[in-house]
Write a protein that binds this ligand. Sequence first.
Ligand code: NAP
Length: 517
Amino acid sequence: MQLLASYLGGAWVPGSGSRTTLVNPATEAALAEASTGGYDLAAAFAHARGPGGTELGALTFAQRGALLAALAKAIHGAREELIELAIANGGNTRGDAKFDIDGGAATLGFYADLGGKLGGAALLGDGEPIQVGRTARMAGQHVWARRRGVAVHINAFNFPSWGLCEKLACAVLAGMPVITKPATATALVAHRLVELFAPLVPAGALQLYLGGGAALMDQVGPGDVVAFTGGSGTARALRAHRGVVEHAVRLNIEADSLNAAVVAPDVEVGSETWNLFVADVARDATQKTGQKCTATRRVLVPEARLGDALEALRERFAAIVVGDPARDDVRMGPLATAQQRDDIKAGIARLAAATDAVYGGTGEITPVGVPEGKGYFVGPVLRTTAQPMDCAPLNEHEIFGPVLTVAPYAGDAALAAAFIARGQGCLVSSAYSDERDWVAGFVGAAAAWAGRLYLGSAKMAAQSPGPGTVLAALVHGGPGRAGGGEELGGERGLHHYMQRCALEGDASVLKSLVSGS
Ligand code: NAP
């Protein structure tokens, strides 16, 4: 069986720790093994801080952008192979796999273009010069400068391509060398990506670590940055990590999120906005078997529309064929691991005690095309409750699977916003309305609780990618339960890997530093 090596210090090294087996979650067949440790991580950090930082630092933004463009091209060249790996190791349907892999390439492409626009500057200006003396001669100017440590990237199991690429794009464009750690269970895609990328980047600019996250964290020091995507329990451990606390290591966290969708009373059943709502929610609750940080989990519709909403969503869920994701007729594959399946089953049981079943019971399903008794499957589940505001299992526990709860409400914007707030901070939530005053009331009250608000309406319906698609131009992250982090958002995504410095001096000198002229 293939032993996945880590790419550290410029070489592929197998590690000498005990081994973890990576499996196909539809069949439970073993695919590969990875070592849990036994690497010289101190040397890997030195390799990043030394040659990696020096070589990336010597490049302009435009040159780093060109490098990212080469990585995007490498993904396009190996797209079919990557899709096959995602189907086998991630339980992805072909559509799920494309979402992850094309999303990674598109994000690299976006930052490649941004690099071209930023050109040859060494520093990024932050705002306009400020007169701080008696005359305009004495000025202040904020700038962003490349940080000199290592960017440590720890990713979740659900987006092995997109997660790796979106973090890598921002760090590399900012000029920081990266050590990337994929979730072990679905590491085949990330491993292949680094095989493709390694010959294209300067020495030390990108290393791949397959092994325990704790050992990696023990190496972090002054100037380093950690960007983490995963569960809130792991996030808590990282926040309290000795190295993070002692060295004030910059830590960005993308964690759990109880994303919601709300429909305003002006939306008529069968209207363009209603149809957008049904299509968005049905897709975002079940795409990637619900293992999407941006998936919609909770829905409010006006009381008079509850029956229509449940019927429309029940119909969509009933049409989903669950089984071996390698088959063309299958729309939903298994969960990525046995642990995820067990966690989701426990979450559904908790939710079932407080809500009523509409479709799918508690997720029992007979998958098609799979050996009997094999695979980590849960079918789509639709539930309802008359008490959405007080339902703790709905508002306080993320079920990272294809589970949706739809509930009625009186229809006012303040109540809709209060429902978003019940999730205690989310990555994205959506509202469907063509009534501007309702939307203004909702956004004013809900924006503090969401990293992104998606406003569905008839006018944008034809062009909408849906709330579940993360765009490189817009920030991704959210307050509270969602981790309090922020990634992407165009140039904002670079700032995490840069230090803001206030310069004070002669106005013409400051101008020359920022413009590079
Ligand atoms: P997880 O168990 O927290 O694992 C995430 C990553 O952290 C993995 O690479 C894991 O490595 C690593 N890790 C585990 N313990 C660690 C430690 N002590 N120190 C450093 N790293 C450690 O989460 P998951 O099960 O992969 O992902 C599911 C969760 O991620 C869900 O709750 C979901 O909400 C969240 N998520 C959030 C976003 C977002 O953008 N906000 C996106 C996707 C997923 P191993 O795999 O080797 O254990």
